[in-house]
Design a protein around this ligand. Structure first.
Ligand code: B12
Length: 317
């Protein structure tokens, strides 16, 4: 007979609470566990693995409704496409990949040992050693994902995640300022996140890549109400307002993505294009959201790079 697990064990293994596991079954048919004689759910290892993979996709911004019923090969393809990001973005060689991987692992090892003092120079060294795109795709993004996964799995403490976030944020901010120095005449892009969402790495990385390709970047920090972002764009005469979104629980946000984007659309100056990046854009435009201006939905950092280079034709007023 196949080995099976009860919901409590599955919850611990996968890092999803029992309520969510039941909801994914009932609402989205993500899995169909057998029942014991007394009606308790039992899960096969294949089902546990499927839940684990779905959980990873959801954490990367996919809506559970759009991935729950996919066949396993399709789920695997979606997971792999993230791994391919580095290869397609940087066209990396095997030796560069190994260097990037070793750098990332050494930073994670220092984090495990609470050796924060050694971590900062290590991140600085990596930023100087690799070109900026290799650093973004091969070090910064993998580090964030790995730290997130290890916190979920109970291998790193939240305190370590916070210390890491503060250090990486400082480093990214220095890089952005350095790259942005000579770009005053470039097209101007302002970046922020909706009020209540404090995740800023997506917009920082976006800002770095924009600055590296000649845009004048106005980094406004995360967590901004729509009227403030709109006023800043008017004052700064921005061509683009780029909003980064993360799949935070809705109660963290001051208003839903929908309300926020509607407000922003209404208040932004007419000349400012609206770009929505990250989780809210993963499945394309939000259903039934009608915006007045032409809005660009950008699900990944690589897609942002394409948008930035396509929009290069835009002129400063
Ligand atoms: C770092 C981090 C934090 C830091 C943020 C620090 C900072 N200054 O930004 C801290 C510790 C403060 C934090 C706090 C919280 N966090 Co947090 N955090 C993360 C973590 C580890 C990384 C997120 C990140 O920045 N990724 C970098 C982006 C660029 O990469 P990515 O996520 O793979 O995004 C891809 C696409 O979505 C897209 N993309 C993403 N953003 C953008 C932006 C633009 C402009 C574009 C074009 C594309 C784009 O590009 C990427 C691929 O190309 C994730 C876990 C993880 N592994 O993702 C959790 C995570 C996002 N956090 C989460 C949560 C719940 C929180 C908290 C509510 C509670 C908590 N657990 O601590 C709080 C408060 C949040 C709030 N109110 O905003 C959840 C959200 C999921 C959910 N629905 O529950 C996650 C997934 C962790 C988890 N598994 O529970 N967090």
């Amino acid at each position: 007979m196949k080995e099976t697990l009860n919901i409590k064990a599955v919850s611990r293994l996968v890092g999803l609470n029992e309520h969510t596991i039941r909801a994914w079954e009932k609402r989205y048919r993500a899995i169909e566990p057998q029942r014991t004689g007394t009606g308790r759910r039992t899960y096969t290892m294949e089902e546990v693995e499927r839940l684990q993979m779905l959980n990873t996709l959801v954490r990367r911004g996919h809506a559970i409704s759009s991935v729950a019923s996919l066949p396993l090969e399709k789920i695997q393809q979606l997971l792999d496409s993230k791994k391919q990001e580095l290869h397609s973005a940087v066209r990396s060689s095997d030796s560069l990949n190994q260097d990037l991987e070793a750098t990332t692992q050494s930073i994670i090892a220092l984090l495990h040992r609470f050796d924060f003092e050694a971590m900062v120079p290590q991140i600085t060294k990596a930023a100087l050693r690799f070109d900026i795109r290799a650093f973004v795709y091969g070090v910064a993004l993998p580090l964030m994902r790995e730290v997130g996964l290890q916190v979920d799995a109970g291998k790193l403490l939240i305190a370590q995640e916070h210390a890491f976030s503060v250090m990486l944020r400082d480093k990214l901010s220095q890089i952005l300022n350095t790259l942005n120095t000579d770009n005053h005449t470039g097209k101007r892009i302002a970046l922020s996140t909706p009020a209540g969402d404090i995740h800023e790495f997506g917009i920082m990385l976006g800002g770095i890549l924009a600055a590296a390709s000649g845009w004048s970047v106005q980094y406004l920090g995360p967590n901004l109400p729509p009227e403030d972002l709109a006023k800043a764009c008017a004052g700064l005469n921005c061509e683009v307002a780029l909003v980064g979104t993360t799949p935070v629980p809705p109660e963290e946000l001051k208003q839903s993505w929908r309300e926020y984007l509607r407000d922003l659309d209404e208040k932004l100056p007419q000349k400012t294009a609206l770009w929505v990046g990250g989780a809210a854009a993963v499945d394309g435009p939000l259903p039934r959201l009608k915006l007045r201006r032409n809005t660009h939905w950008i699900s990944s950092i690589t897609q942002l790079e394409t948008a930035l280079s396509e929009a290069k034709g835009l002129r400063r007023a």
